[in-house]
Design a protein around this ligand. Structure first.
Ligand SMILES: NC(=O)c1ccc[n+]([C@@H]2O[C@H](COP(=O)([O-])OP(=O)(O)OC[C@H]3O[C@@H](n4cnc5c(N)ncnc54)[C@H](OP(=O)(O)O)[C@@H]3O)[C@@H](O)[C@H]2O)c1
Length: 326
């Protein structure tokens, strides 16, 4: 009861209409999802986390789409297979942004061809630079057009550019039931002081931050504060990005430790993802995936046992030793 009262107070402070303790726009979408979800069997065994502000549950694996501007029919078909496979498996979060070239348009087209918009949780982003509020509002309208949706599940201020202007706008759109959740993103520890400041001063439904076994800075202050502030967390760059030198390059000729099997890890991708997902602050990791084989591999991280705190330390020590000798 106490927790519910706290949530209600913060929602009322944000001006969100409530129905049974859940924002109306959130509850309507939860009902729609329950009616249209792919069924219990597809979701069976998927690890889920609750969004603190609403209690709505999300599977811990989603997809990042900063590489969703295909240049051939084959590339487009591969991305379509990933988006179809993702929701067929019961996963939901699709992270995009106006800054990701054709990504929003491609996702809008592909979800409409597949017919799985209602199973997806679309997270996009907005900024306000020189044009301020008008620029941000125009960007939101364009995101809805490109994504072919009347309701955006989550909109985050991209790298916090124009956050002071855009967060009030996003709350207005949330009250008008055009946006379900509101947040901010970064992928650079240079921006952590700004992110911490906003997290302390403003109620946020979500943050998105970079975190991986090779990049643990967010665990110092950002992730603990997210728990305190009851803020959901999306994790970007769980594999250290798409460029040469990412985590996969660093383990190319390295063997998984035998003990990884104790928490159902069968590949390096699952090792990296289970490390991220097992942090108690994390709601969902959004690795970039443009290949069905990679999705299928990564789905293995959203099932089975997760490492506990002691096992996470063992993973860190193993990684530190391994990368020190790489
Ligand atoms: N500031 C921000 O808001 C911000 C900044 C950066 C990123 N992001 C978001 O975070 C998402 C993730 O970042 P990212 O895509 O740059 O980096 P990432 O998730 O760390 O790495 C993606 C790379 O890993 C590969 N991969 C995925 N699964 C694999 C597997 N099982 N085995 C081997 N390789 C695998 C992908 O290959 P394939 O593509 O070939 O499958 C891709 O090259 C972005 O797409 C974006 O949505 C947000």
């Amino acid at each position: 009861m106490q927790r519910r009262a706290v949530i209600q107070r913060s929602l009322i402070a944000g001006g969100v209409m409530l129905a049974g303790g859940v924002p109306l726009v959130v509850r309507a979408a939860m009902d729609a999802q329950r009616r249209q979800s792919p069924g219990e069997s597809a979701r069976a065994g998927l690890i889920e986390r609750a969004i603190p502000v609403s209690g709505e549950r999300l599977p811990v694996l989603g997809v990042g789409t900063n590489n969703y501007s295909p240049t051939s029919a084959e590339e487009r078909a591969a991305r379509k297979a990933v988006l179809h496979g993702l929701t067929t498996a019961g996963c939901r979060v699709i992270d995009t942004a106006p800054a990701y070239r054709e990504s929003e348009s491609v996702i809008g087209e592909l979800l409409s061809e597949i017919g799985n918009r209602d199973q997806a949780f679309i997270a996009t982003k907005v900024t306000a630079r020189a044009g301020g509020r008008a620029e941000g509002v125009a960007m939101l309208a364009e995101s809805m057009r490109r994504l072919r949706t009347k309701v955006l599940d989550l909109v985050m201020v991209h790298n916090m550019v124009g956050a002071s202007v855009m967060l009030p706008v996003l709350r207005e759109w949330q009250r008008d039931q055009r946006i379900r959740y509101v947040g901010i993103t970064t992928s650079s520890d240079r921006q952590y002081p700004e992110m911490l400041g906003l997290m302390r001063s403003t109620p946020l439904d979500f943050i998105q931050v970079d975190y991986s076994i090779a990049n643990r800075s967010a665990a110092a202050e950002i992730l603990p504060l997210a728990i305190d502030r009851k803020t959901a967390v999306l994790i970007n760059l769980p594999f250290g990005g798409r460029r040469d030198g990412n985590l996969f390059a660093r383990v190319r000729d390295k063997r998984l430790p035998d003990w990884a099997a104790e928490f159902d890890i069968a590949s390096w991708a699952q090792f990296f993802l289970k490390y991220v997902i097992s942090h108690p602050a994390v709601t969902c990791a959004i690795p970039g995936m443009t290949k069905l084989a990679n999705l299928n591999d990564n789905l293995g991280a959203a099932r089975g046992r997760l490492p506990d705190a002691q096992q996470r330390t063992r993973m860190e020590n193993y990684w530190d030793e391994l990368s020190g000798s790489a």
